[in-house]
Design a binder for this molecule. Structure first.
Ligand code: NI
Length: 267
């Protein structure tokens, strides 16, 4: 299986990154994509891709970081995006959820930085990895106004949430759908109307991607501890159960899906 979105580039893995990667390989995770959230974490993701064969990078600016950008961030991002192991632009998007650790950044700035990253992705012919929290309407609005900038396929929504109507619209635009360990949590997340199980049931298998968002969103039974890419297997198993198919079917199909969106080698 492939973890298409995690953050081994973060401080949480500084001490034992190599062991974490070895455990993932042992668990038959064939490739890992580290996603940047600002310029320095994007550069770190690129560096890890240079150090490890099975690691790839997605570079971009997370909506939480749009208010502290340096003046030349676009040029810096574009330079990073041209590096060989970079397979996408992200995580970019819009976030209207007030976290204890992070308030909501200026919505206009979020939209502006998202649009600029859509334009960079278009220039470099790279797919998007989109972050959405409680902002589905504004994200769709922007995507629909920029359809001529989108690739085929245009990319993926990371850590999908929303309702079935939103999912339908996103699928219609050609996007793939990423699910994480939070699919194993009971109930419906605050502010959402639809369970992730219902969204998985609705989403066609040939559009699903597996991710962990490590160090966050640790699946049950490890919830409460730091997440790591080896647990992407648990995400795959949970989806296999919901879809009523064997784990191997999920493994093969999601690997094929990953290859359709991102140009990985050696997987
Ligand atoms: Ni993330």
């Amino acid at each position: 299986m492939i973890d298409v979105h995690c953050h081994l580039n973060f401080q949480a893995f500084e001490k034992d990154r190599d062991a974490v990667i070895k455990r993932a390989v042992k668990a038959e995770v064939t490739a890992i994509i580290n996603t940047g959230t600002k310029i320095d974490s994007s550069a770190k993701a690129v560096k890890l891709g240079e150090q490890y064969d099975n690691l790839y990078a997605i570079v971009g600016i997370h909506p939480h970081h749009v208010d502290k950008l340096e003046k030349d961030w676009e040029q810096k991002l574009e330079d990073l995006a041209r590096k060989p192991k970079v397979v996408g632009i992200g995580e970019c998007g819009i976030d209207y959820y007030a976290y204890p650790s992070n308030g909501i950044t200026d919505p206009n700035k979020q939209k502006d930085v998202f649009i600029k990253q859509i334009q960079i992705a278009n220039r470099l012919k790279l797919p998007l990895q989109i972050h959405n929290r409680h902002a589905g309407k504004d994200i769709l609005d922007i995507l629909l106004r920029h359809t001529s900038y989108l690739l085929n396929p245009p990319g993926m929504f990371h850590c999908f949430s929303g309702d079935v109507e939103f999912l339908k619209k996103v699928l219609d635009l050609g996007f793939y759908i990423g699910f994480d360990g939070n699919i194993t949590y009971k109930g419906i997340a605050r502010g959402e109307t639809t369970s992730l199980k219902d969204l998985i049931s609705y989403c066609p298998l040939d559009r699903i991607l597996l991710e962990t968002d490590s160090p966050y969103l640790t699946p049950i039974p490890h919830r409460g501890k730091r997440n790591e890419p080896q647990y992407v297997i648990l995400v795959g198993e949970f989806i296999a159960h919901i879809k009523g198919v064997l784990k191997d079917v999920i493994k093969e199909q999601t690997t094929r899906n990953t290859m359709s969106v991102f140009a990985l080698r050696n997987v």
